[in-house]
Design a protein around this ligand. Structure first.
Ligand SMILES: Nc1ncnc2c1ncn2[C@@H]1O[C@H](COP(=O)(O)OP(=O)(O)OP(=O)(O)O)[C@@H](O)[C@H]1O
Ligand SMILES: [Mg+2]
Length: 343
């Protein structure tokens, strides 16, 4: 799949990664806007492999229920006395980003050895061979409720460690992504983290980028078509790819867009009528009507929206921008649906 533009974002990320580590970098933005694609594009195509050692974890693909799962993500076992076939079998489940003796791993699991100290050793080895380690963690919110021991939250231990890796030791870059914009709120309101982190907003694509993309001959869109697509979907690459897929069937452009909008409308109605607590409906309507009109809702002091924001963000209807204390529609198509429903 062709990767579209993002020249500015790529430059900014490379600039960050080519400087000595000094803060954790959080990438956040509306659901499906292209955060994961962006970081993958940067690490696969833009970074000099001779300068960096990249450790990439995407928690979306990993079932995380207990401490042991977390340890397995970071450490893969090195087996000394196994035959090839056995090793092959084990390798499938043995995907940790640092290799480690089985006995050391056992000690970590028994909490006789501190996993963060082991990681630091591994990272120092990498740095000694003149490579800058970069740890990238996607979908970090998956582990937000995990405990390392009674009363000790795994994620806060992990963040403490990342602060020391970046701000104190300047040893490795740490880039963290999440598809849950409400989760960024927790981080933003954590004084220690907000002071030791950079927050980088990745938005949907800009109009000029969409025009350049859709003007390519292979798509055969007229200027009028492109304007119409922009009006309905804005810069949401994901929705535009879906539209292009529909167009391969017999649907006309208008029919394909209509189909998409109807689906989305159905989802919003279902949420509003069936899923949303009755007490929250009037607030959902109030905020969403303002989003339809103005495209943004600034949170007021008298508002009490936390649980509603959590739900509407989870359903990908709203995007919550913690630094600005504002809500925007997750995409232009959602804003259009709000216009239809709540006008
Ligand atoms: N720059 C781009 N060029 C082409 N397609 C893109 C681009 N960015 C995003 N996409 C499309 O949008 C889809 C969703 O992107 P991606 O998964 O990177 O978004 P995300 O922000 O990480 O989503 P989530 O919030 O679920 O984590 C991709 O599969 C791809 O089809
Ligand atoms: Mg993602």
């Amino acid at each position: 799949m062709q990767f579209i533009n993002r020249e500015q974002e790529k430059k900014d990320l490379i600039a960050h990664l080519e400087t000595e580590p000094n803060a954790i970098l959080f990438l956040y933005g509306p659901k499906s806007c292209g955060k994961t694609s962006l970081i993958n594009n940067v690490i696969n195509n833009k970074l000099d492999k001779k300068k960096f050692d990249i450790k990439y974890i995407n928690f979306r693909n990993i079932l995380m229920t207990e401490y042991q799962d977390f340890i397995n993500v970071f450490f893969r076992d090195v087996f000394v006395e196994k035959n090839e076939r056995e090793i092959e079998e084990i390798r499938k489940y043995n995907l940790g980003i640092f290799s480690l003796d089985v006995s050391d791993k056992q000690k970590i699991l028994e909490k006789k050895l501190n996993p963060f100290e082991v990681m630091t050793k591994k990272l120092r080895n990498i740095a000694d061979s003149n490579l800058r380690p970069i740890i990238i963690i996607d979908e970090i919110q998956t582990i937000k409720d995990m405990l390392i021991s009674e009363n000790k939250s795994l994620i806060s231990e992990l963040f403490n460690y990342f602060v020391s890796l970046t701000k104190e030791m300047h040893l490795a870059h740490v880039v963290i992504l999440t598809s849950d914009s409400y989760f960024i709120e927790d981080i933003y309101s954590n004084a220690k983290l907000s002071k030791t982190s950079n927050f980088y907003l990745v938005n949907h694509l800009e109009k000029a980028e969409i025009i350049k993309w859709l003007s390519q001959k292979e798509y055969n869109f007229s200027q009028e078509d492109i304007d119409y697509i922009w009006e309905k979907f804005g810069g949401s690459a994901w929705e535009i790819w879906e539209l292009i897929k529909y167009l391969k069937s017999d649907l006309s452009l208008k029919e394909a867009i209509q189909k998409n909008i109807e689906e989305l409308q159905g989802k919003v109605w279902d949420f509003y009528d069936n899923k949303l607590d009755r007490d929250l409906r009037s607030d959902f309507k109030k905020v969403s009507s303002e989003l339809a009109d103005k495209g943004v809702y600034k949170i007021r002091d008298e508002d009490n929206l936390s649980s509603l924001i959590r739900e509407a963000v989870e359903k990908d209807f709203w995007f919550y921008n913690a630094s600005k204390r504002s809500i925007i529609p997750n995409s232009k198509s959602i804003q259009n649906v709000f216009k239809e429903i709540f006008k």
